[in-house]
Design a protein around this ligand. Structure first.
Ligand SMILES: Cc1cc2nc3c(=O)[nH]c(=O)nc-3n(C[C@H](O)[C@H](O)[C@H](O)COP(=O)(O)OP(=O)(O)OC[C@H]3O[C@@H](n4cnc5c(N)ncnc54)[C@H](O)[C@@H]3O)c2cc1C
Length: 458
């Protein structure tokens, strides 16, 4: 007879892992199963990054987004130790409580190898930004680097292996909310599991599935904002007066033309620009290694314009994907890169112009014209913000600054919950990025702990 399962966690990203870890720490006798649709961490290999292919071949499981350790596995491993940004948990509980869970998650990660070094906020830089109507968030930041973050995740998973039943290549295809039965597809074979508690920790890779499941089960959803724009790549020196002090400048600007907010974030010092594939749509992102040998001469950051739709439109994610698909179409199935100077002169970048660039691209994107796919309003916002940023970091708006597109951050639709328990679904919870509560490693990790403690109290 099957052993009774206490908790099924759907998704083996940082939120799901922290949830399992905290549950095991407080209730060692619990029988916990993690179901992860992707591969074990050591088998997650992106053929594009390893140079086996020159364009994304849409692997069955995207090694960047899916698999044990989730979307953060190959990330830059920046951990925001603050509630100022990184998620919306403070909409549901006091900031102090959120912060104490962020700190708790950090202590756990340090046990598994994360550095204890924190970059401190710098008020002089904040003042400099303010002089140009640029607004910099102040927060402590930890930077593990892609390699050290990967190893920390590997150590955390290793510590869980003997205590938690971890099943990879196991996609949850449905959940019966009345009987709490989970339908699993393991390499084409279907089976069911039953548990007292179920936690959706599905990340962005599972947000579509989760939103559809909510609609089918009558759980009200609320749409969040969508951010659309580009990844900016430029020589390391241009932002080094910020990055050497605070590592990650997070700066927002309200455009004069439209009054829209554009944000600079996800800074990667001496890093790489990478392609991300979500449900067959290719977008860009960035990361950086800690290992000196893997560093590049460039830094990169996201520059995204925020859109909040009003009625009757309620499909912000589809809107962002539509724009990203346009860039995929124009580039022949890849992503675009354009020099800022070419964009300003109203002409595409081509191989000849890109070869003349003094900023050498770290990603083999297709040279083209971003104005053919980014809507005018967002493109104007991006140009205006780059010009404002140029005042605090001269060189940002140079001719050879590279813009990759599309980068978008769509924050999943958020379900109606009480203490993160889904509306009228006793014992079923949702956490992390896939349910629209967080948008960062540290906040998703904290959320895992918060829900574990809620389950324990039950
Ligand atoms: C390239 C990249 C770089 C990033 N860099 C940073 C950074 O430096 N700092 C930062 O704070 N954030 C960063 N992020 C964001 C960060 O990774 C996420 O905020 C974080 O991973 C969210 O954690 P999560 O547990 O909610 O979801 P995820 O980490 O996405 O994990 C969800 C898991 O659920 C699995 N899953 C989905 N659906 C199902 C299903 N039906 N059945 C079974 N399993 C399922 C997925 O395969 C996935 O492994 C980055 C993201 C990317 C892609």
């Amino acid at each position: 007879m099957n052993k009774k399962i206490d908790v099924i966690i759907i998704g083996g990203g940082i939120g799901g892992l922290m949830n399992a870890y905290q549950l095991m720490e407080t209730n060692p006798m619990l029988n916990i199963v993690i179901l992860e649709k992707g591969l074990p961490l050591n088998r997650r290999v992106c053929p594009l990054i390893t140079g086996k292919v020159d364009h994304c071949i849409h692997c069955k499981h995207c090694a960047i987004m899916e698999g044990m350790a989730g979307a953060g596995a190959f990330s830059d491993g920046k951990y925001i130790i603050s509630t100022e940004y990184g998620g919306w948990l403070t909409d549901f509980m006091p900031a102090k409580e959120v912060m104490s869970n962020i700190e708790h998650a950090d202590q756990i990660l340090q046990k598994f190898g994360a550095t204890d070094h924190r970059y401190q906020p710098d008020t002089d830089l904040k003042h400099l930004c303010l002089q140009y109507d640029l607004h910099m968030n102040l927060a402590q930041v930890k930077h593990l680097g892609t390699d050290a973050n990967f190893q920390t995740m590997a150590n955390l998973i290793e510590s869980l292996k003997d205590r938690v039943d971890i099943r990879t290549e196991s996609t949850v295809v449905d959940v019966d909310k009345e009987t709490k039965t989970v339908m699993v597809d393991h390499k084409g074979e279907k089976y069911t599991l039953h548990a007292d508690h179920i936690v959706f920790a599905i990340g962005r890779a599972g947000s579509d599935f989760f939103a559809k499941w909510c609609v089918k089960n009558g759980i009200p959803l609320e749409n969040n904002q969508v951010d659309i724009g580009v990844r900016v790549e430029l020589p390391y020196d241009i932002w080094s007066h910020f990055s050497t002090k605070i590592y990650e400048p997070k700066i927002w600007y309200r455009s004069k033309k439209y009054g829209d907010i554009t944000r600079m974030f996800c800074f990667n010092e001496r890093g790489h620009v990478v392609i991300e594939n979500t449900h067959g749509v290719q977008t860009v992102n960035g990361h950086a290694f800690k290992d000196e040998a893997k560093k590049t001469g460039n830094s990169n950051f996201a520059l995204l314009s925020t859109i909040k739709f009003t009625t009757p439109f309620n499909e912000p994610i589809e809107y962002a994907r539509h724009i990203a698909r346009l860039a995929n179409m124009i580039s022949g199935g890849s992503v675009l890169v354009q020099r800022f100077g070419d964009l300003m002169q109203g002409r595409r970048s081509d191989h000849r112009r890109l070869n003349q660039s003094t900023t050498y691209p770290t990603l083999g994107a297709v040279p083209g014209d971003l104005s053919l796919c980014i809507p005018k309003r967002q493109l104007d916002n991006i140009v205006e913000t780059l010009q404002a940023l140029d005042k605090v970091a001269p060189g940002t708006a140079n001719t050879d600054t590279l813009l990759y597109g599309i980068e978008c951050k769509y924050y999943s639709a958020r379900p109606k919950t009480t203490n993160f328990e889904l509306d009228k679904c006793k014992g079923i919870y949702a956490l992390g990025d896939g349910a629209g509560f967080t948008r960062s490693l540290s906040h998703a990790a904290a959320h895992g702990i918060i829900i574990a403690d809620t389950i324990t109290k039950r």
